[in-house]
Design a protein around this ligand. Structure first.
Ligand SMILES: NC(=O)c1ccc[n+]([C@@H]2O[C@H](COP(=O)([O-])OP(=O)(O)OC[C@H]3O[C@@H](n4cnc5c(N)ncnc54)[C@H](O)[C@@H]3O)[C@@H](O)[C@H]2O)c1
Length: 311
């Protein structure tokens, strides 16, 4: 994927996507540096060959230390909960917006030549139907998390070129896979599997007919690698599969696979959640050769086995 001897800083690298990414980069013979405050991530997620700096992405000294000799940055560090962002929007903006600005500022005058920013589908306006949307679709976020992600995208695209750094923005859709940091708020697949393995019903908010586009963490990692190696500075890419899956269909499938006696229960709709958000990832396919894995349902049995092995 990436050529050898690249030194890459992954902020938030001890978290869910970061730990998969750092391992892939390490196996690709990159020198990997991680800056993470371990608020969600875990040191044990990282191979001993990874140079680890425990620190806050808003701390300029910590960033400067972590950036020594670095060629490229993949900026993942963030608060990753739409729901938490509606209650604690100051903390969300502090980490997600000011954290991004600090990371950008610290890159000035260093050897960094590429800055990959992990944005989110949460930047988009709600879409009335579960049809794939491309990068030109209206950006009108309906949560503080989405507002912050969109602001950061724009800062990255504006500030990087002034410093001679090529920015790439990846709008990741719902990412699933092994090692997802468990909270009751993030990662519906992980939450449903954990509840069902505890003999608890999955809780579906609203009608459940809202559709999402679930991408494997392997695809998110591949997209980061492609963004590093391809000549696509200044571009924004959707990273999803194009396949809509309703929350009802997901809950029913997981009940069927884990415990068919349990039925999903419904609760009131939560604010800030998009009704439909499906990626048209054609641009990433054309410009970077991105080619996502198959249907999420084909990956569920392995994921369930993994969660059983943790019990
Ligand atoms: N998981 C998804 O479905 C998804 C979807 C779209 C976008 N994203 C984006 O991808 C990135 C990674 O998400 P993830 O799912 O791996 O979440 P995660 O919570 O597992 O990882 C985030 C990491 O950032 C670290 N962090 C948080 N605040 C920090 C701070 N102030 N300083 C330093 N480190 C800090 C955490 O300890 C954690 O290790 C985030 O930017 C997120 O917004 C994720």
């Amino acid at each position: 994927m990436i050529g050898p001897h690249k030194r890459i800083l992954v902020t938030g690298g001890a978290g869910f996507i970061g730990s998969h990414l750092t391992e892939t980069l390490r196996l690709d013979r990159c020198e990997v540096v991680v800056l993470d405050d371990l608020s969600m991530g875990r040191r044990e997620n990282l191979h001993e060959a990874v140079e680890f700096h425990q620190g806050d992405v808003r701390d300029e000294d910590a960033l400067r230390r972590a950036l020594k000799g670095v060629d490229a940055v993949i900026h993942l560090a963030a608060k990753v909960s739409v729901r938490a962002s509606t209650d604690d929007f100051i903390n969300d903006a502090s980490v997600n917006v000011l954290g991004t600005l600090s990371a950008l500022k610290a890159c000035a005058g260093t050897g960094v030549r590429k800055f990959v920013y992990a944005s989110s589908m949460a930047v988009y306006a709600d879409s009335p139907e579960p049809k794939p949307i491309n990068e030109d679709y209206a950006c009108r976020p309906i949560s503080p998390y989405g507002v912050g992600k969109l602001a950061s995208e724009n800062y990255v695209l504006d500030i990087c070129p002034r410093m001679g750094v090529a920015p790439v923005v990846l709008r990741l859709f719902n990412t699933y896979g092994q090692g997802q940091t468990f909270t009751p708020y993030v990662g519906v697949i992980t939450i449903f599997i954990r509840r069902l393995l505890n003999s608890e019903p999955p809780i579906v908010f609203g009608s459940g007919e809202q559709c999402r586009d679930y991408i494997s963490v392997d695809d998110a990692v591949t997209a980061c690698g492609l963004a590093l190696e391809s000549d696509c500075g200044g571009q924004v890419f959707n990273i999803g599969t194009g396949t809509p899956v309703s929350v009802n269909a997901l809950a029913e499938k997981l009940c069927e696979l884990i415990n068919p006696e349990i039925k999903p229960v419904h609760e009131a709709e939560r604010p800030g959640e998009l009704r439909n958000c499906i990626a048209d990832a054609g641009k990433a396919r054309r410009m970077m050769g991105y080619n996502p894995l198959g249907h999420v349902f084909d990956q569920l049995e392995d994921l369930i086995d993994y969660h059983k092995s943790l019990k």
